[in-house]
Write a protein that binds this ligand. Structure first.
Ligand SMILES: [Ca+2]
Length: 163
């Protein structure tokens, strides 16, 4: 029974770490591809068209066009709401930056609907593996294995220290 008493804190520690370590915010990684296919754009729009930066993430869709889409019913991780928001922008001819060109027309033309003018959002493409947005996916399995390995190492260390 003494051995299991020594091992238990390591496992408890691992579970505690699992509960206390904040998981990164999950974005809606499919959205750029949905916009590209729905509007037949020249490229999937970069994350920074809607988010505060290229990292994306929940709660960071703060750009004016994102607010316009949220006004049209856009929600996170809901492709149907994205399609409906795009249709709403098109139906209402929303022009977020007020430059006389609708947001949908700007996205189709590959320009930034947040800024007055024709700022391009499609960068150069570099071969088959080129990507515009970094993947915001979180590898839970790798994170879990690393945490478990840390707990096992801590348990072994305690076991050695007890000898
Ligand atoms: Ca515009």
């Amino acid at each position: 029974m003494r051995t299991s008493d020594r091992c238990t804190p390591g496992l408890r520690g691992a579970l505690l770490i699992l509960l206390l370590v904040p998981l990164p915010a999950l974005a809606s990684p499919s959205y750029p591809g949905v916009v590209e296919s729905e509007l037949e754009t020249a490229c999937p729009p970069p994350c920074a068209v809607c988010h505060q930066d290229q990292n994306g993430g929940k709660g960071t869709a703060i750009k004016p066009v994102a607010e316009s889409m949220i006004d049209q019913g856009l929600e996170g991780d809901d492709e149907a709401s994205l399609r409906a928001a795009l249709a709403g922008l098109d139906r209402d001819a929303v022009d977020t930056d007020g430059d006389g060109i609708s947001d949908i027309a700007e996205l189709k033309a590959g320009t930034d609907p947040n800024t007055d003018g024709q700022a391009p959002i499609c960068g150069p493409q570099y071969g088959c593996g080129a990507r515009v947005c970094p993947s915001a996916r979180f590898d839970f399995a790798a994170w879990f294995v690393a945490t478990l390995a840390l707990a096992v190492a801590m348990a072994r260390r305690r076991r050695r220290a007890a000898r």
